[in-house]
Design a protein around this ligand. Structure first.
Ligand code: G3P
Length: 217
């Protein structure tokens, strides 16, 4: 499973990228707001760090305007993925930009039928939002599993990019049901390294080592 980082925080992306943990980046208008940066500038900087797909989201609501915005965003770098919302106009935009050979990420997906439409419109990635379904007492992971089965049934090559990933358990479950990619905030990716028994075991090793009175260096 590929790891994308869901942030426009350049320092956090660089830190994870140095460890080989970054296969791509996803951003959205809320994350651009959080960064306090200009969308074109910060996206260009991210693309200079990360060689994998970097999603930059359009903000228009009509297909013609989304297509124009998508083409402008795609000029930033070769690895830009144009992110469009799962609306009828977003699907039209997906079809046009995909036919031009651009990568398109269709976002804000909350149903298997929406994912089916995105695949038929030629999406490179479909972004089902797990956490936001969990928020309303539905099971976000069921949606990932349903899309996996539907795409496999018909051989769609649209990649399932699990989004709104909030916990380490979400990451495990995404890998188990076969998401192609998961995107998560840096804090969630870093949390994957922690385990209470690792901390406890290390603490015991340190105490015992101190008792030996030895040094390695
Ligand atoms: O990738 C989509 C993500 O940014 C949404 O996450 O936690 O706001 O639902 P969240």
């Amino acid at each position: 499973m590929k790891f994308f980082v869901d942030t426009a925080d350049v320092a956090a992306i660089a830190e994870l990228n140095d460890l080989g943990m970054v296969d791509g980046v996803t951003t959205n208008p809320s994350l651009i707001l959080k960064s306090g940066r200009d969308i074109l500038e910060v996206t260009k900087e991210i693309c200079s760090i990360v060689s994998g797909p970097v999603s930059a989201e359009v903000v228009a609501l009509t297909a013609d305007e989304m297509i124009a915005e998508g083409r402008k965003l795609a000029e930033i770098a070769e690895n830009i993925t144009v992110k469009v919302p799962l609306t009828w106009d977003g699907l039209k935009t997906c079809k046009v930009l995909s036919a031009e050979g651009r990568m398109v990420n269709v976002t804000l997906c909350f149903s298997a039928n929406q994912a089916l439409l995105a695949a038929k419109a030629g999406a490179t990635f479909i972004s089902p939002f797990i956490g936001r379904l969990d928020d309303i007492n539905l099971d976000g992971m069921d949606l990932i599993a349903d899309i996996r089965q539907i795409y496999d049934n018909y051989g769609f090559d649209t990649q399932i990019l699990a989004a709104s990933v909030r916990t380490a358990n979400h990451v495990t479950q995404c890998a188990l049901v076969g998401a192609d990619v998961m995107t998560a905030p840096p804090s969630v990716i870093k949390s994957l390294a922690t385990h209470v028994l690792t901390d406890k075991g290390l603490d015991q090793f340190m105490k015992d080592w101190a008792k030996t009175g030895q040094k390695i260096l």
